[in-house]
Design a protein around this ligand. Sequence first.
Ligand code: AMP
Length: 445
Amino acid sequence: MSKKKVQKFYLVKGFKDILPEDQPYWEFLRKKCFNVAKSYGYERIDLPILEDSKLFVKGVGNLTDVVSKEMFSFETLGKERVSLRPEGTAGAVRAYIEHGMMNRKKPVKLFYMGPMFRYDKPQAGRYRQFYQFGLEIFAGDEPIIDSQMIYMVYQFFDELKIPIIVKINSIGCPKCREKFLKVLKDYLKKNKSKLCKDCQLRYNKNVLRILDCKEKKCKEIIQESPQILDHLCEDCNKHFVKTLEYLEDSQINYELDPFVVRGLDYYNRTTFEVVPTEEFAGGEISAQGALAGGGRYDYLVKSLGGQNTPAIGVAFGMDRIVNALKKIKDLEIPSINSSDIFVAQLGDKARKKVLALFEKLRRAGFSVSESISKTSLGQQLEEANRLKTKLALIIGEKELLDKTILIRDMESGSQEVVPENKIESVLETRLKSLDINVKKTRIRN
Ligand code: AMP
């Protein structure tokens, strides 16, 4: 027989699997995200992964890197031109308009969580599919909203024990930015040939983005460039000063950074980015180090066909936050596979009984696990230990005959025999005495 080589398959470049061993971190982070969103009054919205490509071209901007170079775009069988979403704000705005959310009680606060796709150069912390948790507030241009959002972002990382700095800037409104761009172009003109290739193109198409370039030679030129904060109009300046004033009182760790211009076109006024402290990051903080970013986008709703609606949003990079969480030594990440009770058996007849017992307890809402395929009691108890089980229920021949169940405390090793018809009430009492909130455990009820 000829041995045919079977083709093996691998991940597509820039994509990754999130394996079971990493899931506790993700579960922990997701819960924190849901918690913060709920406590600040955000409502969940699930947006599709696929949108009309034009939404991003118009919303994010066709001259941005994200749209011009990084979108996964294709034509459907029905000849629609669609893209995998590279970010969440444009979709959230589309949904806000499409579902008439401007008629809801203001402000409308939405949050989303899910995968984003960018055909970016894969490297550490930069993937082609990555996950974002995003928050958007529609209606309201008061600076207190900007401050509160930045404050909330800071508290979020503080709770996660990730030491961060919030870098804040204002990129003004279309009017003052227009004037600033002329000043910036004048300054860059003499050094144009020294800029990287991308920035030479940006010079004509999107000059502001040059300020955000991470190339060493561009950074050197930009270092001395005029700053937008010195060119804000009176209203934008007032807005920025007020935003900072509120933050000053809240004593969070922030710094002004005139280079935080963000990669997407829809921003105006306040922009911010969150980076881990240098000490935590263990060296220079690179662009790949940003853990979250956001800002105001007062003109986006109108430009996508809605009413004039000032808005502000933030997106957290969940993959990078998980990477950061892994670096924290004293962080306790709850195991997601642990259970309070383990059912074990000795012998084939007992196995049938244990199968039914497992189902009965599971349906009653207890956190219970088993390893029914194993025959040795030792191996079963080993598994119970691995799952950090508090109580093991053991049924052998004697228990079968007596219609009893042996309860073993996995920590102390003490054992108790109880009639099988009393098992549920005994377990409740025992778990309560171990300080386990049985009601909370009984989540399925
Ligand atoms: P942005 O939408 O570019 O403002 O990104 C918001 C956050 O998403 C960033 O601060 C990162 O934490 C994360 N992020 C953006 N692009 C990627 C990527 N290619 N891979 C992993 N995380 C990303």
